[in-house]
Each structure stands twice: as C-alpha cells, then as structure tokens.
Design a protein around this ligand. Structure first.
Ligand SMILES: *Cc1c(COP(=O)(O)O)cnc(C)c1O
Length: 355
C-alpha cells in the first residue's frame, strides 16, 4: 500500500450528513452540503448526496463541473469571477454574490443559455469576508433594485458568512440583523424573499438553545459533515469525528539533542526557529511534509508523540515518551483539522483510500 495515505470513511460521512440533514429539516432549514474540502472526489460527494443534502455547494467551479451529472441543484460558494461567468451559469444553478457588475455578467450568459439563474446576495454582518456591509443600507437597497431589473436572474435570497475570516461568532443578535434586512427588502420592493442562508457549520451551535431566528431557512454545511465539528472546531454531539485518518511511514529513528548544533540562521521557510533544551531525545522522521500539510494541522492518535515540526517533505516527531517502540517502516496515524484535510486532499502525493 502506498504512503502517506489518507483514509476516508464515507459511511461515517454519510451518517454525519443524515443526522445534520434531519436536524436541519426538523427546523425548516434546507442543507447546502459543502464539498470544497474533498477536491472533487466523487465517492465522497456521493456520500453527501446519499445523506440527503438539498443542494451541492462548492467554492470552485472546476469541482461543480465534475459533478454535472448529479441530478441535484448546485451552488457556487465563492463570489464568482467575472471571467468565469459563462461557466458558472452553465454548471451551477445558484451563486453567492456581492457585486452587481458580476451579476449582470451572469444575467448576460443566463440569457444565452436560456436559463433562469439564481443568486443569493451576501450581507457581511461583521466577519469582513464577502458581502455588502450590513450598515450600508443604501448599497443593499440599490443592489437589490438592480438585481430585480435583470430578466434572467432570480433574486433567490440573502445570506451571510461568519466565523471564517474575522472569527465572528454567529448569534441570535447578528443573525437577527439579517432577518431585519430581509423584512426591509420585502417591504420596500413588495417581494417575497425565499431564502435566508444563515451561515456555515458554526451556526449549528445556535440549535441547542433554540437561538437561531426562525426565518433562517438554509445553512451551508461543510466541516460538520466532513469531520463532525462546528464552531471553534468543537465536536458536535452525535456526529463522527474520526471520519478521516492520515497514515505516514517512518523513514528514520535516531537519538539526537533537542537543540541544533551551530549558529542558527533561517529555516527552510525563512523563519528563525526556537528550540527548548530537553537533552537527548528519541526522534522519528515521517515521509510527509509541508507540501502536503502544515504540521500544526495534524495530531498523532498516539498522544505520547509530539510533533516537533516539518520541512517541505520531512515531518519530525519526538517519540521519547511513547510506549511503542517505533522502527523504520512503521506507520504513525494522525487526526487532521479541516484545514489539514483540505491540503491533504489537494496534495497529489497523498494517496486516498476511500472506505
Ligand atoms: C466553506 C464555506 C462554507 C462551509 O463552512 P463550514 O464551516 O465548513 O461548514 C459555507 N459557506 C461558504 C461561503 C463557504 O465558503
């Protein structure tokens, strides 16, 4: 078997999906299942679809093109590039948007494709990633007015994204602002707004105390389905957290000092490293590196191993405290974060084993 290997358990991902879809549907919320960490891997995407998601959502149009034969509405998560408008209209049904010039470009190609294309206008509630800033009411009203004038664009709803760039926590308070905006728009333009897309897996944290405004009727879920985690990467009760496992092979085991010998300059990534003197330690090198994953994004299942660091192709572990007598050729297993999973899936040097 080839290593490093990423083992992905699609049964567990399907179960996570079923559970979350059920929890959301109970509350009148539709689920856009977010596939962006899976790098277009069809077997995993089929687990999301089997799990009952209502919409398949990805941030890259290239992935949605791969999914064109799945009979399910497709959503583009990242604000579309103007230069990709044609592909976006052809290979997806809904996009999250924030720029009127891009929406007009979508309208142009929707006419050529003879297809009504849906958009969700993003409102930035303070996280400072995409969307019109919530306090700029005139900008929001102007954008909606222009969208409503377009013949081939359906104004499908408004949405927001939190806990991504700024780390802003979703609350009843900030999501209520989105609801207020919806009501204002409905009144001003005498329309019904179908969808309020209330965020990502972080918003699930509001389910517990029934804190989610009842008007929120869509969530875009990635991390919760993939890894069973939500706000602050904390595990969500009842979901599997062990859906993926990274397995790397040891290529060297040696006793060495814990502080480098010689004058210290910059490391391979241009940083000045710092070392604590713990005397002579038993170390292992695994054949995986920063080209595949940032070492901060993995943690060994053997919790007596410490990750010391990595260069592009070498992962360095302190195995002194472990009860196992690791030898060259042995395998070490790791848990990975959402960010870690994203980069492992993207690395062509990591073999994927789909269970
Ligand atoms: C990635 C992404 C999501 C999914 O976020 P998770 O935290 O993985 O649930 C939702 N919406 C947008 C716009 C995204 O980019």
């Amino acid at each position: 078997m080839p290593f490093p290997m990423l083992e992905i358990n699609t049964h567990k991902i399907r179960e996570n999906t079923k559970i979350m879809v059920n929890e959301c549907h109970k509350r009148g919320i539709e689920v856009a299942g977010v596939s962006k960490v899976f790098s277009g891997n069809r077997k995993i995407i089929e687990a999301l679809i089997d799990g009952g998601i209502d919409i398949l959502a990805d941030s890259r149009i290239e992935n949605l093109i791969r999914y064109r034969n799945y009979n399910i509405p497709k959503m583009l998560l990242r604000i579309p590039m103007k230069s990709q408008a044609k592909m976006v209209v052809k290979y997806s049904d809904i996009a999250l948007v924030s720029e009127i010039q891009t929406i007009k470009e979508l309208d142009k190609y929707a006419m050529k494709e003879n297809k009504i294309y849906k958009v969700i206008l993003m409102i930035d509630l303070g996280d400072l990633r995409e969307g019109i800033f919530f306090k700029n009411e005139t900008e929001i009203l102007d954008a909606v007015e222009e969208i409503l004038e377009l013949n081939w664009i359906e104004f499908y709803g408004i949405g927001t994204n939190l806990s991504c760039y700024g780390g802003v926590i979703p609350t009843n308070d900030n999501l209520s602002k989105l609801v207020e905006i919806k009501k204002k728009l409905e009144k001003t333009f005498n329309i019904d707004i179908k969808t309020i897309s209330g965020g990502n897996s972080g918003t699930i944290s509001l389910f517990k105390n029934n804190d989610i405004p009842k008007e929120i009727n869509q969530l875009r879920l990635g991390a919760s389905l993939a890894l069973g985690i939500g706000l602050n990467d904390e595990p969500i009760e009842g979901l599997h957290n062990d859906t993926v496992k990274l397995i790397a092979e040891i290529v060297e085991v040696k006793k060495k000092p814990s502080v480098p010998v010689g004058e210290i300059g910059l490391d391979a990534f241009g940083r000045k490293p710092f070392f604590e003197d713990k005397g002579i330690r038993k170390r292992a090198i695994c054949a995986i590196g920063k080209q595949d994953i940032n070492p901060e994004h993995l943690s060994p299942y053997d919790n007596k191993i410490t990750v010391l660091g990595a260069s592009s192709d070498h992962l360095i572990l302190d195995i002194t405290e472990s009860d196992e007598n690791y030898k060259v050729g042995d395998k070490v297993e790791f848990k990975v974060t959402y960010g870690g999973l994203l980069s492992l899936m993207t690395s062509k040097y990591v073999y994927k084993k789909i269970i």
